[in-house]
Design a protein around this ligand. Structure first.
Ligand SMILES: Cc1cc2nc3c(=O)[nH]c(=O)nc-3n(C[C@H](O)[C@H](O)[C@H](O)COP(=O)(O)OP(=O)(O)OC[C@H]3O[C@@H](n4cnc5c(N)ncnc54)[C@H](O)[C@@H]3O)c2cc1C
Length: 293
């Protein structure tokens, strides 16, 4: 199948893109790397009347570190994130996660802004944004809005972005030098969308978590920052404490059924990931034994 007929405009500046969005609103769609938009149009899941191509807007591309904040332009491609020394040094969790987004050909075109605006609940990067306490910066006709990641993802392919807004950048606090991270996803093949995944960051002191943030993906209609983490902070982790965290996590999950997995399988895999994460971050292989029976 091919897309319905549509008009095409190449934005010459951010201001020009915003003018076009203001004029056309819901009838228009922004085109960044096209790796999700074009397949959706070809399947006729969406049929915008106008495509606003922002791909040439160099001002929206790049990574800058200043005063403890990492700012990533919305048009920064996945491949650029993978190569970026700033991301490797200051957001190593993100560097690990991007390597799991699709395949090299898609990473060469796909952008962080496109991935976040698309808001697929099985995507890696939205969960990383929750874990890393990102602020997403949207620009619209009435100026700029700074949206915490926790408020940005509102459902399957749904975000807090308004039809006339452009996502222009993401800000992340530089990860503390004392932090450590864990990223893993279950997928049928490397590069496929995850069946269930976990992007975690922690600070460990004297064998305990001083801080722990658990960003799960593909466990519901949006990424989840698991409150179950609170059961694991400032305590000596025993199998009993881990069981409590499993129960708390189970309460929070609302997994969907699709051709990849049943909700029960996703619940099980989320707990397997939690056990692996805690065991790896604390260097405690004993916590794996029987943890998810
Ligand atoms: C075979 C295949 C496998 C894939 N596997 C994965 C995977 O494992 N994990 C994963 O996360 N993704 C995967 N993807 C999807 C893809 O990597 C991302 O969704 C893609 O990178 C989105 O970025 P983009 O720049 O291509 O966005 P586009 O396709 O250009 O846009 C996506 C959506 O976001 C909107 N949008 C784009 N940029 C902006 C902006 N700056 N402001 C406001 N709205 C905007 C568009 O209007 C559109 O609705 C896969 C895609 C394919 C084709």
């Amino acid at each position: 199948m091919k897309a319905s007929a549509f008009a095409y405009a190449r934005a010459t500046s951010v201001a020009n893109a915003l003018e076009l969005l203001t004029a056309h609103g819901e009838k228009a769609k922004v085109l960044s790397g096209g790796q999700s938009l074009l397949p959706a149009m070809n399947l006729r899941l969406i049929s915008p009347e106008l495509i606003i191509d922002i791909g040439e807007l160099a001002e929206l591309r790049g990574v800058v570190v200043k005063e403890g904040v990492l700012t990533i332009g919305a048009l920064t491609r996945h491949a650029d994130l993978l190569k970026s020394p700033e991301i490797a040094a200051h957001a190593p969790l993100l560097a690990d996660a991007v390597a799991h987004v699709a395949h090299p050909a898609i990473r060469n075109r796909g952008t962080i802004g496109g991935s976040l605006a698309h808001a697929d609940p099985a995507s890696e990067l939205p969960a990383c944004m929750l874990t890393l306490e990102a602020i997403l910066i949207a620009r619209g006709p009435s100026g700029e809005r700074r949206i915490p990641a926790a408020e940005f993802f509102t459902g399957i392919y749904q975000t807090a972005l308004r039809a006339q807004e452009l996502l222009v950048a993401v800000e992340l606090p530089v990860s503390p030098g004392s932090s450590t991270h864990f990223f893993h996803e279950f997928a049928r093949r490397h590069g496929d969308y995850a069946i269930v995944g976990l992007a975690a960051q922690a600070v460990v002191k004297d064998g305990r978590f001083a801080d722990l943030r658990l960003g799960f993906f593909a466990v519901g209609d949006r990424p989840l920052l698991a409150g179950a983490a609170s059961k694991l902070v400032d305590v000596a982790i025993t199998s009993g404490i881990l069981s409590e965290a499993f129960s708390a996590l189970d309460e929070e999950l609302d997994p969907l059924e699709d051709q990849q997995a049943t909700p029960a399988m996703r619940r099980h895999l989320a707990k397997v990931l939690l056990a692996r994460c805690i065991s790896a971050l604390l260097g405690r292989p004993d916590l794996l034994a029987g943890a998810t029976a």
